[in-house]
Design a protein around this ligand. Structure first.
Ligand code: SOE
Length: 387
């Protein structure tokens, strides 16, 4: 497509911390590497701390800074609102933006409660009828090895899904002196390891297998209930889980086990999933994210075993936009894939995935785990009614 035929879209992003930076480079690289029909323009960056927002805006060339998200949403040149703030603000910003006719990309987990997620999914559905699109940022769906895993399951390469073991392991809180942050406050983050990283494990399980979680039995623990405040002025109370472990059933009956913890000493960012099927198996670990392990019963026993597929070939999902075969991708690439897919969907007039309804489905699982844990691990059914 020639430059003259290209359309562009104004992006307004709220948030300037870790995710703000990850999304900023995602928009920039999506434009340069994927060359989408709809070109993103980085119009405005929103953040209450003007100095911090201006610093990120300078580095990534955002056109303006707004210190009130309402002003950002109201700007005529902002057509898509990207929400990279803590969970307690997602619902209000997303619903306001959708009602103003702006497309929305919202970080995960979608919200801090099922009620908020329901309101967001309802607003997204109403907006979609008017051609306004929304997406929740479960970026790991867009790691090439994960996207390939989903394709292989759908093609029947491992047969019927019999069992899933999923875990997301980090250790950045195992030091009891690690300071308080918003991620440790229930009012701001909704939950702890469960929502921050367990949400990814749940979403990947549902995405790769195509099977929703229908029931759970959970255990949550908080190992360090009080931590030093970052400014040294005392200590603060941790009001979320440090770890969530749960048993689940998937639609159709397959059992699954989940662990989400930020206390897995030595594990830095190990999002792992292993799916055992009737004719084979798949295994993925984010700490070795360019590889997918495939086991197939159909291979003669002499050479049968888990094969490590290096997912860096041009016919693997997303890879052809990047480097020659064997040249690895990293954590940040998922954010470019997310941005490129969203721009392509908007341009094509299609609803992108994961939708707010997918985000709500995960939220319902998180809530069921918390309810189960509060009731002594009682079996708790997950509402799987479509929005
Ligand atoms: C922090 O635990 C965190 O940054 C999560 O919030 C992200 O979703 C995950 O990608 C990495 O870990």
């Amino acid at each position: 497509m020639s430059g003259a035929e290209r359309r562009s879209i104004g992006i307004g992003m709220v948030g300037y911390a870790f995710m703000g930076m990850a999304h900023s480079q995602g928009w920039r690289n999506a434009r340069s590497f994927f060359d989408p029909a709809l070109t993103p323009r980085l119009v405005a960056l929103g953040g209450r701390n003007r100095a911090a927002a201006e610093e990120l805006a300078r580095r990534f060339d955002w056109g303006a800074v707004e210190t009130d998200w309402r002003e950002l949403v109201a700007r005529d040149d902002v057509e898509l609102v990207d929400i990279c703030t803590p969970g307690d603000t997602h619902a209000e910003i997303a619903v306001a933006a959708l009602q103003a006719g702006k497309h929305v990309l919202c970080e995960k987990p979608l919200a801090n409660s099922v009620a908020e997620a329901e309101a967001m999914a309802a607003a997204a559905e109403t907006a979609a009828a008017a051609g306004v699109r929304s997406m929740v940022g479960f970026t790991y769906r867009r790691v090439p090895a994960v996207a390939l895993a989903r394709k292989l399951v759908a093609e029947g390469r491992i047969g019927q899904v019999r069992q899933v073991r999923a875990e997301y392991l980090q250790d950045w809180l195992s030091d009891a002196d690690a300071p308080m942050s918003w991620r440790l406050e229930k009012d701001r983050a909704g939950s702890g390891a469960l929502g921050d990283i367990g949400a990814h494990a749940v979403d990947l399980t549902q995405f790769i297998t195509g099977l929703p979680v229908t029931g759970v039995s959970g255990l949550t623990d908080t190992f360090v209930p009080e931590r030093p405040l970052a400014d040294g002025s005392g200590t603060g109370r941790v009001t979320v889980d440090d770890s969530a472990v749960f048993l689940a059933r998937l639609a159709g009956g397959a059992p699954a086990t989940f662990t989400a913890t930020r206390f897995a000493t030595g594990r830095k960012n190990a999002l792992r999933i292993e799916i055992s099927g009737s004719e084979g198996a798949l295994a993925f670990d984010l700490e070795d994210m360019n590889a997918l392990h495939l086991y197939e019963d159909a291979v003669p026993s002499r050479t049968r075993g888990f094969t490590r597929i290096l997912v860096t070939e041009p016919d693997h999902p997303y890879v052809s936009a990047w480097w020659p075969p064997g040249h690895m991708l990293g954590y940040e690439h998922g954010f470019s894939h997310q941005a490129a897919d969203l721009l392509t969907a908007i341009d094509a007039g299609q609803d992108p995935a994961p939708s707010f309804a997918d985000g709500l489905a995960v939220q319902r699982v998180l809530a069921a785990v918390e309810a189960s844990a509060a009731a002594g691990s009682a079996w708790t059914t997950v509402d799987t009614t479509p929005v």
